[in-house]
Design a protein around this ligand. Sequence first.
Ligand code: NAG
Length: 231
Amino acid sequence: MPINLQVRWGRILLLINLCLFSFAVLLNMWALRGWNSFGNKELLQASNSHHRDPLGYYPLLDVATYGPMRFDAELRGKSIFKGPPSELLDNAWSKLVNQPMILVDNEALQSFDPTSKPSKGVDGHYYATVEVYHQLHCLDIIRKFIWRNHYQHVDTFMDPPQMVWEHVDHCIDLLRQVLMCNGDIGLIFYTDVGKEQPIARVSTTHMCRNFSQITEWVNGHDSELGVFAEV
Ligand SMILES: *[C@@H]1O[C@H](CO)[C@@H](O)[C@H](O)[C@H]1NC(C)=O
């Protein structure tokens, strides 16, 4: 009798255990299902946003990857792009800015600029410039304007003074919009130097597109029409 009773209790406990276990498994499956469908939804939205962006189709989207990059922004720091005009400086800027126009297909044209009368290239492709070079060109124009006595021979500065001013003004306003568009939310901290004003530490790390990859790609897709039509 006591043995029988033990066996019976054992079976009841096993049954209860099985019930609890099954319930736990079901609960887990339900939870995982919820988790997965949430994850999928996020992923779908993320990948959809690439394609349904108002500027939906970027040929360079997968070409220029993001990575951490430390800005070298010290007030007296040395850079090939800094300093008064010299041949070395001009070459550096010219190499940076003067990149060839490319040819892109109708899909890219339609998503970026569907209303304009496009300047057609070859094989149903259209001439285009990657924006960053136009923006860098604008920065270069401002730089040259500061040293305009030295750069009198530059085409832009041979225009009537009012036009030159308009061009520089256009460039400043374009770059304002570029900066606001990118809305850098990085933070700048300060070094305390006793009684004086703290010093801003401006050489911080940012997530940046790899610029070499952009330039390499653009040169690999050279339309052979030259650098962009100046704006
Ligand atoms: C950028 O891409 C080039 C290849 O074009 C690579 O050599 C370089 O290491 C990359 N730079 C960074 C910071 O990832």
